[in-house]
Design a protein around this ligand. Structure first.
Ligand SMILES: O=C(O)CCC(=O)C(=O)O
Length: 277
């Protein structure tokens, strides 16, 4: 049945599962981008207690609520974190012109070992971000490599990292574990990025348009490796994605090249549990 919401496809969710982020270029209209710059410059965002429901955090008609109601944003968010997520926190990150130093590479999380749930972070850029403005650095495929917040700060550059340049009105949706950092703003322009972190309130299972769930594109996305991966450890990254995909699709048999099946095969344990029934 065709969906009226702009939900993501399975291939797009698989891409998110492999990359750890999804990019929606220029989805916010120009008038809203102009309005945002005024709202952010005035520091006029309300304080939101952790775990507040979206309608309470952002009343109808507020800037944030309208941002979240844009069909492309609403559909992608619902596909990843589900309907009615809670707002963990929100913040406007402002990089002043010629600020002199970059933010160290980090993840916005302590070691987080959840294998079947994740928070989604929305990053919204109301201006065009040029190379000189120090766009957000993201390390694709880093989100499932569990780290402790800023312990990655000693890494200066990793092969395959991306430094965001984008048109005004771009939104990124990121897995909470992604390694990222604000780069140094060498331009004459203040750069704003508005971030909202969302906690799921429902199991993150088949929340998107699953009509293409068996398409070869899904496996192609999940197999992807990134230039900074070690030769062997790359397999662990794919293994972790398999586990996440099993959980997201409620398909405990999903596998790539038998990797997860092989290392979870414990016939003796199964036989013992059968004999106690
Ligand atoms: O300023 C940026 O581009 C990124 C900042 C950020 O995500 C953070 O401080 O956690």
């Amino acid at each position: 049945m065709p969906t009226t919401k702009q939900l993501l496809s399975s291939a797009e969710v698989a891409r998110f599962t492999a990359h750890g982020f999804l990019r929606l270029d220029g989805v916010v209209p120009r008038e809203m981008n102009e309005e945002a710059l005024g709202v952010f410059a005035a520091g006029a965002l309300p304080a939101v207690p952790y775990g507040t429901a979206v309608p309470v955090a952002f009343p109808e008609g507020s800037f944030a609520r309208r941002l979240l109601e844009l069909p492309a944003v609403a559909g992608a968010l619902e596909s990843l974190v589900g309907p009615d997520p809670a707002v963990d926190h929100h913040f406007v990150h402002t990089r002043p012109p010629h600020e002199g130093s970059a933010q160290p590479l980090h993840a916005d999380a302590l070691i987080d070992v959840r294998a079947d749930a994740f928070d989604v972070q929305l990053m919204y850029y109301p201006q065009e971000v040029t190379a000189g403005m120090g766009g957000t650095l993201v390390v694709p495929g880093s989100h499932l490599r569990r780290i402790n917040e800023s312990d990655t700060g000693r890494y200066q550059n990793l092969r395959g990292q991306t430094r965001l340049t984008c048109p005004a009105g771009t939104v990124l949706l990121l897995h909470h574990g992604i390694w990222h950092g604000g780069r140094r703003n060498d331009s004459d322009t203040v750069r704003h990025m508005y971030k909202i972190r969302f906690n799921p309130t429902v199991p993150q299972v088949r929340l998107w348009d699953t009509r293409d769930v068996d398409s070869p594109a899904v496996r192609e996305e999940l197999r992807r490796t990134f230039p900074w991966y070690e030769q062997a450890t790359a397999r662990l990254e794919i293994h972790n994605r398999i586990l996440l995909w099993r959980s997201l699709t409620a398909d405990p048999g999903f596998d790539i090249d038998h990797w997860a099946t092989r290392i979870s095969n414990r016939p003796a344990a199964h036989a013992a549990s059968r004999s106690t029934v």
